[in-house]
Design a protein around this ligand. Structure first.
Ligand SMILES: O=C[C@H](O)[C@H](O)[C@H](O)COP(=O)(O)O
Length: 241
């Protein structure tokens, strides 16, 4: 039986097979996407891939891509993005995603939603019947008035049994402080007892209408395919219908 880390690598390597020389890539963030960065670096060093450039979805990815020698472009400097490769926290049966439990959802959504293919790489444990089944659905909010914004997010799900929301905190020294994203924003985490039931598009619209919300971690209808590494070591590639 392969470990979860090995499965992440298997999925990442399969997605990197879709990369050809000359492509501009969206470079994802997280432990699964990290395997794709390493593989891209290896292929560039060996000369099997040439003239590839990447647009990093986080400062961490920018540093990693720099270490492994992937040439980079800023989002504004890329005329097109041919293919983005990134992990996800959850993938539902329609290939909608929860992303951003690592805090990188905004840049990911900007880059992965800017055209081209978006290939998601996961191990089997990320497949869920409904988004929000296995943990937090993050929402990026501006720090100003964040308590008011948190209250307005709670109102969207008013009366929903088992729903809760809180500001994501981290411990620094002995103190709990808000988690700060690469964009200087905070994260509200939404929790659902048994996942999100209802129209995701409508829920998305209601969240995005709240002044103070910057973006949320539901990636609806964005993934063009999902590479799933299964426990037995086989790989399935699911395509959006
Ligand atoms: O903010 C984090 C990103 O959305 C990641 O792609 C996501 O959290 C999945 O990360 P991992 O591959 O480490 O499970």
């Amino acid at each position: 039986m392969m470990t979860q880390e090995e499965l992440k690598r298997v999925a990442a390597h399969r997605a990197v097979e879709m990369v050809t020389s000359g492509m501009t890539l969206g470079l994802g963030t997280g432990s699964t996407a990290a395997h794709a960065l390493d593989r891209l670096g290896d292929l560039l060093r060996s000369g099997e891939l040439m003239a590839v450039a990447g647009v990093p979805t986080s400062l961490k990815t920018e540093a990693h891509a720099g270490r492994v020698g992937i040439p980079m472009l800023a989002l504004g400097g890329a005329t097109r993005i041919d293919l983005s490769i990134d992990g996800a926290d959850e993938v539902d049966t329609e290939l909608n995603l929860v992303k951003g439990r690592g805090g990188s959802l905004l840049r990911e959504k900007m880059i992965e939603g800017s055209g081209g293919k978006f290939v998601v790489i996961v191990d089997e444990s990320k497949l869920v019947p409904r988004l929000g089944c296995t943990g937090a659905v993050p929402v990026e909010v501006v720090p100003f008035g964040c308590d008011r914004t948190l209250g307005l997010v709670r109102k969207v799900f008013d009366g929903l049994p088992g729903f809760s929301a809180r500001l994501r905190k981290v411990v620094v020294g002995k103190e709990e402080v808000p988690f700060v994203t690469d964009n200087g924003n905070y994260i509200v985490e939404m929790f659902f007892e048994d996942g999100i039931r209802g129209d995701l598009g409508e829920i998305s619209d209601r969240l995005l209408r709240i002044t103070g919300v910057v973006e949320h971690g539901m990636f609806i209808g964005m993934a063009t395919s999902v590479v799933v590494a299964k426990k037995d070591g086989t790989v399935a590639v699911l395509h959006r219908k």
